[in-house]
Design a protein around this ligand. Structure first.
Ligand code: SF4
Length: 356
């Protein structure tokens, strides 16, 4: 990193930004074959800016995982990044594209974990029965983990049957009741994550003989991806460490970075108005309906394709959300969101005056 940049970063007086540069310089210089995963998203833009600034020797190789279902704006942005930094970003093809995976294995539904368990149950031709774990284990003996999720119980020879909460179907309210009343008539699967993302990433690491993989994951983004880490660096016994330079960045740090270090995001952000980007129309995104509206307006062909690929999941999710609403209404006698709004409108003084 040149002196001028160092002075400027110090002048910004932002601990997260200063730390990320210092760590990036230290970590990258300790490795001989570092590679960096560029996604074209806003977090990745900052990560790339840091990595490129500290990698004076030009050791880092850059790659992009092409899932076979991508925004045109993202693809354009990759070319812009290559021109801006004078680098090459290797386009890595998916082992199987997202559309191909959905066709072959099934469609993602609700979350990665839910899809995984439902996929396992479907593989055993499970009939979505509401029976105790012992009974179901007899009937489907090779499907223990998914049955435990379904039954909200765990079984071991030592302790017998015990209740569980963390890895149970009730992490999603009334999901079991919903599935029993509305068994899915289509295959559910999260295999596109495996074939379009995980495996190609592993292949790149192997092909480059990389000893460091750099990604733009942030703790603040939440979700299963960031929750699996507690720090910005993980040492790997297999030889490829992972480094997340902006792991501790807040949204405010991002804003400061973009403003003062001149990072320009793709048209997904600047023109379409997206706040974050992940796989186009992925049903795991809780705000996928809003995202679809944006896609429809700016990339209409992609919108049509998303509905064609994930349509069954969107319909099933909408049905599930309506079911949850109904159950809440039944239980609380008032439409749930209305109830929330009502309680939020009351001030502390109201509570004191009217009693709790
Ligand atoms: S994030 Fe969603 S669309 Fe992307 S690979 Fe995973 S399940 Fe498929």
């Amino acid at each position: 990193m040149d002196n001028e940049l160092y002075n400027y970063i110090s002048y910004l007086n932002n601990g997260s930004i200063f730390d990320s540069y210092a760590k990036a310089q230290a970590v990258i210089s300790r490795h001989t074959t570092p590679i960096c995963s560029v996604s074209g998203g806003a977090d990745s833009d900052i990560m790339l800016d840091i990595v490129h600034s500290v990698d004076e020797a030009g050791n880092v190789k850059y790659y992009w995982l092409d899932t076979g279902f991508e925004y045109a704006a993202t693809k354009e942005h990759l070319t812009e990044l290559e021109q801006k930094y004078g680098i090459e970003i290797l386009r890595v093809k998916a082992e199987k594209s997202i559309p191909a995976c959905v066709k072959e294995y099934g469609v993602p539904f609700l979350s990665k974990y839910v899809s995984e368990q439902m996929m396992r149950l479907q593989k055993h031709n499970f009939q979505w029965e509401d029976e105790p774990l012992e009974v179901l284990l007899q009937k489907y003996p090779n499907c223990k983990i998914a049955l435990q999720w379904w039954c909200v119980e765990r079984y071991s020879d030592k302790d017998g049957v015990q209740k569980i909460s963390r890895f149970s179907i009730y992490r999603n309210k009334w999901l079991k009741e919903f599935i029993i009343s509305n068994p899915p008539d289509f295959p559910i699967s999260n295999e596109c994550c495996e074939y379009a993302k995980k495996r190609p990433a592993k292949r790149v690491i192997k092909d480059f003989g990389a000893d460091l993989n750099i990604t733009g994951i942030r703790k603040a983004e939440g979700g299963i991806r960031s929750a699996s880490f507690t720090s910005c660096f993980s040492e790997s016994p297999t030889g490829c460490d992972t480094f997340r330079p902006i792991f501790f960045y807040t949204d405010y740090d991002k804003q400061v970075y973009n403003e003062f270090l001149g990072v320009k995001n793709s048209r997904c952000y600047t023109e379409y108005g997206m706040k974050r980007t992940s796989c186009v129309g992925c049903p795991f995104n809780r705000k996928v309906l809003d995202e679809l509206e944006i896609i429809k307006a700016f990339e209409p062909k992609l919108y049509k394709a998303a509905v064609g690929i994930f349509g069954k999941s969107y319909e099933y999710t909408a049905k599930y959300r309506a079911f949850v609403k109904e159950m809440k209404f039944e239980r609380y006698g008032i439409e749930y969101n209305e109830a929330l709004k009502f309680t939020r409108r009351l001030s502390c003084a109201d509570y004191i005056k009217n009693g709790f």
